[in-house]
Design a protein around this ligand. Structure first.
Ligand SMILES: [Zn+2]
Length: 495
């Protein structure tokens, strides 16, 4: 059997002021020229990633894998139309060169917005479907933050979303997609798909599956997956910051041979989430309250600066917490991290052990606090390489680019040249910062950091800070979402 695999993945935050370009996708592609083939396979072989999961199943079934391009850009602003058209054109050209294929496995995110397309994945899946014809199974994995549309459902044979947030099950979902493909190729599975779109929005802190109510909701999904005839239950939280019509919570159920089983199961899952809708309201804590709490705490207190989470498209150079820490003269605190290549260069010029005047952060826009003008001590310089420790891509080497640790009194701030979400404890440890021994840590992550930090922290607060990824319905300007929708319209009914 000849199976094509590939992926174009982006989570678009339309409120971010910097557009996402082809260069951003190039930085996240194993092949800078967006070629497919053995280089893509070599990159993922043996990794706990989606494609790693596809490949594991392919080996088991002795499939002839034909790799198309794989391109990922760090979440950010609207994708330039030309970048999307280029990647789509290239992927289709590569796919046509491999035809005929028996199946297609795609690694998608599901929340990509371009200058002209709200639903880029629907467009991409339609193009892939047109190329392979109506009979060939096209299975795609989606992020838990996908905004699923009826168009995507129509064009794909099956869609499988991550269960977990932090996304620690990417490899397992890749395996599951491969298993479903094997079932379809041997005619053991006749997929029947049901889709329920709820009139409901939720925000990142409360989408976390380590916390309630999502812990219980996920357990229900796993229970429903045991129903005879059910192949997969995907409950998708959605990504409100894409601001499209179809943003929000949805459920996809794939059953074997029975549309009725699919429909009934999807409805039961959807109603289960809907009943809990009042439990999804984030509570944001003022920074000064968290600082006050830390004064009497015995262990580590953390502030999740989700509003400035680069993993949700924010610039990661917000300064509100850093300024508050400095003004409060807190001791044994760290800010991980601020994306500011200019400050890193200045620190390198001053040298390790040197001192200089800096203007830290606040340079991308005026939505995340002004630059912090201060004298600081350069405690450490690094090339930014480290190895991930946690379940999200554990063992993977990652680079934050040139990195400086600056000290301002009792506050250490990690400043990086690359814009990446610092969710893994391996990063500060590579810089001589032991998180467990800190009193206060502010982190530019909404939820993923809990994967490695949660067990070290006595208390974690979702910080009340400004930004383009602020988890706050009162300030989210969702102009394009379908109405009525909860909680914007509190009395909406789920029909
Ligand atoms: Zn996600």
């Amino acid at each position: 059997m000849r199976i094509a695999i590939g992926g174009i993945a982006h989570e678009t935050n339309v409120f971010a002021t910097t557009p996402t370009t082809l260069v951003d996708f190039r930085l996240g592609s194993p092949t800078p020229d967006f070629s497919g083939g053995p280089a893509v396979l070599g990159h993922f072989r043996g990794t706990r990633t989606i494609v790693g999961g596809f490949m594991e199943e392919a080996t088991k079934h002795n499939w002839d894998l034909r790799a198309l391009l794989w391109a990922f850009a760090t979440p950010g602003g609207t994708v330039e139309q030309s970048a999307y058209e280029f990647l789509k054109g290239k992927l289709l050209e590569q796919l046509r060169a491999e035809l005929p294929v028996d199946g297609v496995l795609l690694d998608l995110h599901g929340a990509m917005v371009t200058e002209r397309l709200e639903d880029a994945e629907g467009d991409l899946l339609a193009a892939v479907r047109a190329a392979v014809g109506p009979q060939v199974p096209v299975i795609a994995t989606l992020d838990l933050h996908a905004n699923v549309t009826a168009h995507m459902i129509k064009e794909a044979t099956m869609l499988i979303a991550f269960d977990e947030y932090p996304h620690t099950d990417m490899y397992e979902r890749g395996l599951e997609a491969g298993r479903a493909m094997a079932g379809m190729l041997t005619k053991k599975i006749t997929p029947e798909v049901a889709f329920e779109q709820l009139p409901q929005l939720t925000l990142p802190p409360m989408q976390c599956t380590l916390r309630e109510p999502m812990k219980t909701v996920l357990a229900k999904a796993h229970e429903l997956e045991q129903t005879p005839g059910v192949v997969n239950v995907s409950l998708i939280s959605g990504f409100p910051f894409s601001n499209i019509r179809d943003t929000g919570v949805s459920v996809i159920v794939t059953a074997n041979g029975s549309p009725e089983v699919a429909r009934r199961t999807a409805r039961e899952m959807a109603e289960f989430i809907w009943e809990k809708r009042d439990e999804f309201m984030p509570q944001l804590t003022p920074v000064r309250d968290a600082i006050a709490y830390a004064e009497t705490a015995r262990g580590l207190v953390m502030l999740a600066d989700g509003s400035d989470n680069p993993g949700g498209g924010a610039p990661c150079d917000g300064t509100v917490i850093l300024r508050a820490f400095i003004e409060a003269q807190v001791e044994n605190a760290a800010v991980i991290c601020i994306h500011d290549p200019e400050t890193v260069e200045r620190a390198i010029a001053a040298g390790g052990g040197g001192e200089a005047e800096f203007e830290i952060g606040g340079k991308t826009d005026n939505l995340h606090g002004a630059p912090v003008k201060t004298r600081a001590y350069v405690r450490l310089l690094s090339d930014g390489w480290y190895v991930r420790e946690g379940a999200m891509g554990g063992g993977v080497r990652e680079c934050f680019g040139k990195t400086a640790v600056l000290a301002i009194g009792g506050v250490e701030v990690v400043v990086t040249a690359n814009r990446l979400q610092p969710y893994d404890t391996g990063f500060p440890r590579s810089l001589g910062i032991e998180p467990a021994k800190k009193k206060l840590i502010a982190i530019k992550s909404a939820v993923h950091f809990r994967g490695t930090y949660q067990d070290l922290a006595e208390m974690i607060f979702d910080a009340d800070t400004p930004g383009v990824h602020r988890p706050d319905f009162a300030q989210l300007n969702l102009t394009r979402v379908r109405r009525p929708i909860f909680p914007l319209d509190p009395n909406v009914k789920f029909e």
